[in-house]
Write a protein of this length. Structure first.
Length: 243
């Protein structure tokens, strides 16, 4: 298959989302997905003031990120299957988030997606992830990604009707038009876990963020952090693309 044939399978265009954010829409083998622009800025990373559920590793500190794009939703199984030969998710469904993926499996997917699209997709850094989850420069200071009420924006143990994750983009989005950044499935980040911003990075554990359907709401707060062995996989861990 020559380059022009491959490129004919891919459509990339720029539009304007209803949330006032620039959007790039890509299509791979007939499967579309949106990447939403997050304008760069400096923000206070870590727990919100007086948050009673804040953990010791949610250290408040200033962080600066450059403008980037992030997936409107978690990577779906439909998109995964358009790129990869096998879908190993435990709970199947085209619009369900892909899960049961290790960090390295995510990187393999991204490498193949980049070869198909000629783009430079990647995992978000932890700072990018939190900045986007908190609403970027449109942040209203919510506890969860888009609301102070977890049930409005997140599938957690408090509101699931069956024990499992749900199709993406069913609940209210956050200030940037991003869905499920709280709840549904945890999301891999690029960073090695550090307990504090100046701490020593782990050699085995990457950061995952956002909580999941198996989490109580306190673990789905935008500042909550968790470390996860890059070699492990579970039905509650997926990922979201950055660009």
């Amino acid at each position: 298959m020559n380059r022009f044939t491959i490129l004919s399978l891919i459509l990339a265009l720029t539009s304007l989302a209803t949330w006032g954010q620039a959007v790039r829409t890509f299509k791979v083998k007939g499967v579309p997905f949106n990447m939403i622009q997050v304008k760069g800025g400096t923000f206070m990373m870590g727990a919100l003031p007086d948050d009673p559920n804040a953990d010791a590793d949610e250290v408040r500190h200033k962080a600066t990120v450059k403008t980037f794009y992030i997936g409107e939703t978690e990577v779906t199984q439909e998109l995964w299957e358009a790129v990869m030969p096998k879908n190993r998710s435990k709970q199947k469904g085209p619009q369900q988030p892909v899960e049961y993926v290790t960090y390295d499996m995510c990187q393999e997917f991204i490498t193949k997606l980049n070869a198909l699209t000629g783009q430079h997709f990647r995992l978000p850094t932890e700072a990018e992830w939190e900045y986007a989850a908190k609403g970027g420069n449109k942040s209203k200071g919510y506890l969860y990604a888009g609301s102070n009420q977890s049930d409005e924006v997140a599938y957690t143990l408090s509101n699931i009707q069956y024990y499992g994750h749900y199709p993406v983009a069913q609940l209210k989005p956050n200030e940037l038009g991003l869905y499920d950044m709280s709840g549904n499935v945890w999301e891999w980040c690029e960073d090695w876990y550090r307990k504090t911003p100046a701490g020593k990075p782990s050699s085995n554990f990457h950061v995952i963020r956002g909580g999941s359907f198996k989490s109580s709401p306190q673990y789905c707060r935008t500042s909550n952090r968790f470390l996860y062995d890059q070699r492990r996989r579970q039905d509650q861990v997926g990922f979201r693309l950055a660009l």
